[in-house]
Design a protein around this ligand. Sequence first.
Ligand SMILES: *[C@@H]1O[C@H](CO)[C@@H](O)[C@H](O)[C@H]1NC(C)=O
Ligand SMILES: *[C@@H]1O[C@H](CO)[C@@H](O)[C@H](O)[C@H]1NC(C)=O
Length: 347
Amino acid sequence: MAPSTSSSKRAFSAAMSLLLFFGMWASPAMSRKLHIMSMQERHEQWMSQFGRAYKDADEKAMRFEIFSDNAGRIDQFNEAGNTTFTLAVNQFADMTNEEFRATYTRLTTSSPIGDAATLFQYENVTNIPRFMDWRRRKAVTSVKNQGECGSCWAFSAVAAVEGIHKLKTGRLVSLSEEQLVECDRVGEDKGCDGGLMDDAFKYMIRHGGLTSETNYPYTATDSRPCNSRKANRIAAKIKRYEDVPGNNEKALLKAVAHQPVSVAIEASGWEFQFYSGGVFDGQCGHNLDHGVAAVGYGTSKGRMKYWLVKNSWGASWGEQGYVRLKRETRSKYGMCGIAMSASYPIA
Ligand SMILES: *[C@@H]1O[C@H](CO)[C@@H](O)[C@H](O)[C@H]1NC(C)=O
Ligand SMILES: *[C@@H]1O[C@H](CO)[C@@H](O)[C@H](O)[C@H]1NC(C)=O
């Protein structure tokens, strides 16, 4: 292991070449300043980067403590540098892991997993490419941001429906999570207090579909009543949905080879909170608490197999809003439980 001074020099020169790559010129004075930036300065810079304001000095001091603890641990993790993924001081840096869990992971999993016990239409497929990225086939909308609302389940279901709608009609239409948040009370679905992707599919089947994001835009709140005039302007329909046989990554592969798929994962770990890139195989259980969408798979340059997953925490988290999760782990549940409770709509 290289001494930390030389590894931080390496990190520093990497940062410098990144600046140069983006065509910016850093003066020696500016780079010295970057190099010796205090934790206070980092916090100030981070606050302006993410537009964070605190109500008073006490709150700022309290948030600074948390920021400083997270940033220090993130630096240490990256300097150790022996993992297949890296962390970053992202928009969650002034939140404790407990606060983060309470705010951003709110999938309800009280009902039995895989309750639909339906047919699996991809059971016997044999055409499974070695690599898939549904973004390249224009079947994935840009990364969205659920904000401080436990609506991950709506984003996960919508991403899968956007995918199958494109494959079926040739048109990629961004669809309305807000409609699910405000109008869908099927089963476990409770707006910002959590829900299930399968219940969202059930709502769409009963209601006749979903309207577009443009028509019924996202507000990250569920305090308004359902706007049925908007909800009735249907932009995409599904006929039914199926569950992927649980705890079976091969079955999940068959499904994701054919369309974007809603998946549930455990996303509440500290390493996941600050994930910034690479193939994630960090600390993660399978206590499912977050809905996301598997939109591809592949093998990294380091020969690690991964799932390509679209998250709903904005583009400043992970790889422009995506995470690659290790594929084919020793656990039947899959990395972070990704193989436990997957489902997809049929249009
Ligand atoms: C990575 O670092 C940890 C902690 O220092 C160590 O236990 C582990 O063996 C290292 N792994 C590799 C692949 O070097
Ligand atoms: C897959 O093949 C088996 C054996 O032929 C058959 O029983 C089953 O119905 C097929 N599944 C689907 C979804 O077509």
